[in-house]
Write a new protein. Structure first.
Ligand code: AMP
Length: 368
């Protein structure tokens, strides 16, 4: 085990295993390009070691350059294209092979492909040393793969955790055994969001509120937001397919989290089963489902009060609030039994001082 920053990592791939994979990739690419001079384009920062070893193993004429995508979200396309032209002026009519250290969901790759769409290259291929086939959901097929790996967070051989670990010759995998994953359970207004805010600080967890993610999407008028809005405005649940995919996406955006607080998810039996199956594929699990309990009348009063400040349409109308309670009673309440069967259900009195309620929740978590 090694420690990088606040996390422990266990050995996963030896230097020899990595170099064998790199050697094979160089041979496969060489077989396709030996009669011309391809340009290999490394994607910084993570690919520097891979590019170096790949070139040492590549026996035919070639050129090399690099692009840097520091964040796939923050970059404008013009920024990227300028960098690209800096790298190589005579890219037109040439064969380009991208050298990536790792491809997971495919978001970065999409940016890369976009970057080369109008460059009139002769031929464009992608080679990735590591490939998380399970979670890849891009359209582009990866042309050369070194090693297919499961969806766990890895560091070393150029890859980092908060910039640490790039200098390691081997690859290490995040040790997940000390992870805590919690479901906060309870009716609208029970205080899940408020309490999650305290717990995430205390236990260093990532808080995922499906309601917040939907509201964020509505505010930004995304496709997902447009889809969810009509359901949410009435106080109905958004369909499972949409919600489950969104939740998976949120978890996958945080591969290095020390654990998650799921707030407002799962809300149906199908969501609970999907969550268990999904976490299973990542060697993760729910440790506890903690319900915040309170009477309907207290909750209605709380929500109407909150609605005055937040302007949330579903908090301003008692009929919509009662409809959300009906949805809860019909679809969500049965999950109590689902988690009881797994021995993971805990109930906490959600009435009282906010700090007092936090203390009740902490007592449960600390006993796990
Ligand atoms: P919340 O902020 O948790 O009260 O959620 C507000 C609204 O978002 C709900 O009334 C639903 O319309 C929608 N929503 C949030 N989470 C889910 C979920 N897990 N499944 C379906 N709909 C959800």
């Amino acid at each position: 085990m090694i420690q990088l920053g606040d996390k422990l990592f266990k050995p996963y791939l030896s230097e020899a295993q990595i170099l064998t994979a790199v050697q094979k990739m160089a041979e496969a690419v060489g077989a396709d390009y030996k009669d011309e001079t391809p340009i290999f384009v490394g994607v910084l920062n993570g690919s520097f070691m891979f590019v170096s070893d790949f070139l040492k193993a590549y026996p035919y004429p070639c050129e090399v350059s690099f692009v840097k995508l520091s964040s796939y979200q923050g970059l404008t396309s013009t920024g990227i294209v300028e960098t690209l032209l800096d790298v190589s002026e005579n890219i037109e009519g040439r064969s380009v092979v991208i050298l990536e250290d790792i491809i997971d969901t495919g978001r970065t790759l999409q940016q890369l492909v976009h970057l080369f769409t109008n460059t009139n290259v002769k031929d464009f291929k992608i080679a990735s040393l590591f490939y998380k086939a399970e979670i890849y959901n891009g359209e582009y097929t990866i042309d050369y793969v070194g090693l297919e790996i499961p969806d766990s967070f890895i560091v070393g051989y150029g890859l980092d955790y908060n910039e640490l670990g790039r200098n390691l010759r081997e690859v290490y995998q995040l040790n997940q055994t000390d992870m805590i994953n919690l479901v906060l359970f309870g009716k609208p207004g029970a205080g899940k969001g408020t309490q999650a805010g305290f717990l995430k600080e205390k236990y260093n967890l990532k808080h995922i509120s499906t309601g917040d993610v939907f509201r964020y999407n509505i505010k930004n008028n995304t496709k997902l937001g447009q889809l969810a809005k009509s359901y949410m405005d009435k106080g109905d649940l958004v369909p499972d397919e949409v919600t489950i995919d969104m939740l998976k996406d949120e978890v996958e955006k945080n591969p290095d989290a020390s654990g998650f607080i799921f707030d407002g998810f799962p809300r149906t039996a199908a969501q609970a089963r999907a969550l268990d199956n999904f976490l299973d594929t990542k060697e993760m699990q729910i440790d506890a489902t903690i319900a915040l309990e309170a009477d309907d009348d207290v909750l209605v009063a709380r929500l109407l009060e909150r609605g005055k400040e937040s302007g949330r349409p579903d908090d301003q109308d008692e009929n919509k609030i009662r409809n959300r309670f009906d949805e809860y009673n019909q679809k969500t309440a049965p999950l109590k039994e689902y988690y009881q069967k797994q021995g993971k259900f805990y109930a906490v009195n959600g009435i009282g001082d906010i700090a007092e309620i936090t203390a009740r929740l902490r007592a449960v978590i600390d006993s796990l």
